[in-house]
Design a protein around this ligand. Structure first.
Ligand code: UDX
Length: 403
């Protein structure tokens, strides 16, 4: 099939490359939309960031693409929206295009993506499901045939109405964000009661109705999707006078989590942060990406800097402009350099590089403290080395002292 992908961000580019690999004729464009004339199917894969001073999604790029597409429709085309958009955006796209083109020459379809950063090609080729939301059966059939190579490998194909597909995307992200926030809150209780949160994650995850994934307790969730999409979902629901109280609580709890972890660092350091040398390992919102968007390090590092700590951070993806102007914050070129001379090591992101650090070799400090925010290490092994270790579930005694 002849496809055109509008938007060459990570979703557009990955989709373009993968569809081409499946034998389609693909053009990827960012601005030169005149090139879409010959395509049968046009994908909109542009950004939908949060609007300034608001929680709703900024749809200007989606609508601009729709307007441009309307100038190039000379034969029947399917316009597929892959950008994450609030319910009814497809209706709006249809309205915009129908100002110039008769409705019998186009169909607007919603086909959300579920690609994780760092895993996008794998997620594209082996999706759990392909969701196609269309109000006409002709487009459904064409889309099913486009995705047939993935369906024949086991991907489930779900056809729904257009609005349902739009909501499936937001609801999926909100549900995953809820799962993470839930386990993070349960880990707070575990810390006060001396329970290992990993046991709880495994214990509840073995129930097939719950499932074991996305139950890793850690810092606040971040990234380009969960924070933005949970807020946009609430904003859409507000527009339709529906109170999504669970999602609202998730957003609030996640916002408060970085403050909570900042306080834990203070407690671990007996409230003496000034002049403490902090080795901060990993600053991105998760491993295998250089993305800093909504990473909890953007709250934790400024907090420590403000309190007078000296921070040496290391991330496999290099130094970050976000920390350039902060006092006493510098990038280290290696894990070793970051740990050398430090009072505390904070493991913030679960990069593989951090999973087997030889702390003894890198640090001469016998009182070195390790705060493992991703529960990568076995507490006993680290303690046997003579270091103080705190994981997400391992700060309990501090709390018991405070109760
Ligand atoms: C997410 C969705 O997974 C994907 O389907 C969607 O298309 C885009 O948003 P992504 O933002 O790349 O993908 O990252 P993801 O792997 O989902 O992690 C998001 C955040 O949750 C990260 O900060 C991560 O550290 C955190 N997380 C994830 C946890 O804290 N615990 C977990 O168990 C899983």
């Amino acid at each position: 099939m002849k496809l055109c992908i509008i938007g060459t961000g990570y979703v557009g580019l990955v989709s373009g490359v993968c569809f081409s690999d499946l034998g389609n004729d693909v053009i990827c464009v960012d601005k030169a939309l005149k090139k879409i004339k010959k395509s049968d199917i046009v994908f909109i894969c542009v950004g939908t960031p949060t609007k300034k001073n608001s929680n709703s999604a900024d749809l200007s790029q989606v609508y601009a693409a729709a307007k441009e597409i309307s100038k190039s429709i000379k034969k029947f085309k399917i316009i597929i929206n892959k950008s994450t958009v609030p319910v009814t955006t497809g209706d709006e796209i249809e309205k915009i295009i129908s100002k110039k083109v008769n409705k019998k020459f186009f169909s607007v379809v919603s086909n959300p993506e579920f690609l994780r950063e760092g895993e996008a090609i794998r997620d594209f080729i082996y999706p759990d499901r392909v969701v196609v939301g269309s109000n006409d059966s002709k487009s459904q059939k064409i889309l099913k045939s486009l995705y047939s190579p993935l369906i024949s490998k086991g991907a489930k194909f779900l056809s729904t109405k257009r609005r349902a597909a739009e909501l499936i995307k937001y609801a999926s992200n909100a549900f995953l964000a809820t799962k993470i926030t839930f386990i993070n809150e349960i880990s707070n209780l575990c810390e006060k009661t001396g329970i290992d949160i990993e046991d709880i994650s495994i214990g509840i995850g073995l129930d097939k109705r719950i499932g074991s994934r996305f139950l890793r307790a850690g810092p606040a969730y971040g990234g380009s999707c969960f924070p933005k999409d949970t807020k946009a979902l609430v904003s859409t629901a507000d527009k339709f006078k529906t109170n999504l109280s669970v999602v609202k609580s998730v957003i609030r709890s996640n916002d408060l989590r970085s403050d909570l972890l900042s306080k834990r660092v203070s407690l671990i350091l007996n409230n003496k942060i000034k002049n403490k040398v902090v080795s901060f390992l990993g600053v991105t919102f998760k491993a295998n990406t250089d993305d800093m968007r909504d990473s909890s390090s953007l709250k934790l590092i400024p907090f420590l800097s403000k309190k007078g700590a000296k921070i040496k951070y290391y991330d496999p993806t290099g130094s970050k402009k976000e920390f350039k102007k902060l006092k006493n914050v510098e990038f280290s070129n290696s894990i070793k350099e970051s740990i050398k001379g430090s009072d505390i090591v904070i493991i913030h992101t679960e990069w593989n590089d951090f999973k087997s650090i030889n702390f003894k070799k890198f640090s001469k400090n016998k009182k070195l403290i390790i705060y493992d925010m991703r529960n990568i290490y076995s507490p006993n092994k680290i303690k046997k080395l003579g270091f103080k270790y705190f994981g997400i579930q391992e700060a309990s005694y501090l709390y018991l002292l405070l109760l």
